[in-house]
Design a protein around this ligand. Sequence first.
Ligand code: KE4
Length: 430
Amino acid sequence: MTQNISAALFSEARRYIPGGVNSPVRAFRNVGGEPFFVAKAKGSHLWDVDGREYIDFVGTWGPAILGHAPQIVVEAVQKAAANGLSFGIPNPFEVEMAKLICSWVPSVEKVRVVNSGTEATMSCIRLARGYTGRDLIVKFEGCYHGHVDSLLVKAGSGALTHGSPDSAGVPAELAALTITLPFNDPEKLTAVFEAQGERIAAVIVEPIPANAGLYLPLPGFLEQLRQRCSSHGALLIFDEVMTGFRLAKGGYQELARIRPDLTALGKVIGGGLPVGAFGGRAEIMDQLSPDGPVYQAGTLSGNPLAMAAGLAQLRELERNDGFNRLEKLGSEMETAVRQTLTETGRNYAFHRIGSMFCLYFCEPPVRNLTDARRSDLAAFGSFFHHCLGSGVYFAPSQFEAGFLCLAHSSSDLERTIEVVRAGLRGGARS
Ligand code: KE4
């Protein structure tokens, strides 16, 4: 009988860790079954503890943009580690990282690094409230900005996957200060600003919502957001934790030619180590302690190993023409997927921007969370397991995006399309 070390580990994990996981989406609840445990990750592949190999399209949810364990990042971490693991006092890497971010993202005049995307968005919310003296926050249904109390209202990603978009433990009084709107709904946005515009501290948005699958802003929607915020004295916060340093050197805001007041960053910026960042107009950022009245802090913020990893990754992306190469990979995948959908007679909505993608198991259009919820989750689940069993690992939830990385080869894509075609022909029959 073949060993199943993952199953044994998961059983033990459940004894000591809630749900057996340190982050809910890893539990495979949206697709059924149990997660595998990774023994090794290199390039575009993962190996589990039972020796199975997978082509990986999750990329640890975005950070592995060069592929897993790129030599240039590993060496940077090893070199930094030889000089100490954490100092709790400024180190030169922090200045280099801040200069790079401010140079790559023009709307960011000053920046502070933190340890996760959640910390980045949480800090943006507090800063926006402190700077404007207002309390209301506007977010969009299905957008996920980390597990911040104020933002776990109709949230996406794992919150949506596990049916708790409105988490327990968030006081009603606090949730009442968060207004949620459908994405891509200009009328509802106008109505909220006309009714309460002067009370709104900020609007926070994933410019490309990728936590309910992946859908795109309708033409003019983000521009309208910018205009409404400006005319009512509210701040516009772009949550680019996923899209930052992935869709373009300057993030999606570079492609959209929109300047948010604050930007949250994460994932790619840490090269796989725990890093987030938030930044924006200097007059806003200067409200942060120790210069200003808005407190924000972190023992490991600017950790030398995490900074060294992120700097090595970002510089390699730029040096290696990474953004154009990712777009080429994404375009090749999109062409092949669309051809496969036609061949198999599946009229499913496939969305792709740069190296991020999502195949919805429902017919188009998918413009917001309501549309995304039309997906046939049972069909998605059987498709997911068909692919996993054939050595292709997609995100274990319909309400997540997939990621290409620079290590994905043409043979990876050819093999993946073969597996996807078989899955759409057979296993995904709804
Ligand atoms: P973290 O706190 O998980 O580093 O970042 C929170 C966050 C903020 N903003 C956006 C747009 C995000 O996508 C995320 C986190 N993304 C999920 C994947 N959809 C992380 C996976 C997980 O929760 O395990």
